[in-house]
Design a protein around this ligand. Structure first.
Ligand code: S3P
Length: 173
């Protein structure tokens, strides 16, 4: 297994913020798969969804994940749907510790608030709840799940690092 930390979880659980924080502490690199998709396509995520649809976004996302395979000492913040793809999941599992950031739906909705940069949240509350619910089993298959409710970035980061240090290969951290 590689020495990377991979953050998964629903939109609004703090993957990018916590990921950047961890990378700074560890002096590792940080990669956000959403930003990579935007960089490689030259389009924003809403634009990709609008012009080409979710299927195109998912294939660009899968290409980004495939290019990550050789990485070491990198904290990777995935998009909320990245691990739903079996191949992405297999690659990420091989790359290192997969940590799931959990937040209940009410907290997610509070955090994402009125931001409209996530195409999949432009739906009814009921549909968002169903999406959140349907994905929980996949997020729960992570190596470790952190409940981020009422926790700050530093607290979440520390909990992850403590867990990672307890694992084998802990000398890396
Ligand atoms: C998505 C989550 C988004 C982004 C895209 C689709 C999803 O990333 O990849 O809008 O399917 O949950 P964040 O989880 O970083 O918001």
């Amino acid at each position: 297994m590689g020495s990377n930390i991979i953050l998964i979880g629903f939109m609004g659980t703090g993957k990018s913020t916590v990921g950047k924080h961890l990378a700074r502490i560890l002096e590792w690199e940080f990669i956000d798969t959403d930003l990579e998709v935007e960089a490689t396509t030259g389009m924003s995520i809403p634009e990709i969804f609008r012009r080409h649809g979710e299927t195109r976004f998912r294939s660009e996302e899968a290409l980004v994940v495939q290019r990550l395979l050789e990485r070491e000492k990198t904290v990777i913040a995935t998009g909320g749907g990245t691990i739903l793809n079996r191949e992405n999941r297999m690659i990420l599992d091989r790359m290192g510790w997969v940590i799931s950031l959990y937040a209940p739906i009410a907290t997610v909705l509070e955090r994402v608030g009125s931001k409209n940069d996530r195409p999949l949240l432009k739906k009814s509350m009921e549909e968002i709840k169903l999406l959140w619910q349907s994905r929980q089993p996949q997020y729960n298959q992570a190596d470790y799940v952190v409940d981020t409710t009422d926790k700050g970035i530093e607290e979440v980061g520390e909990e992850i690092l403590e867990w990672v240090r307890r694992q084998s290969h802990a000398e890396l951290v």
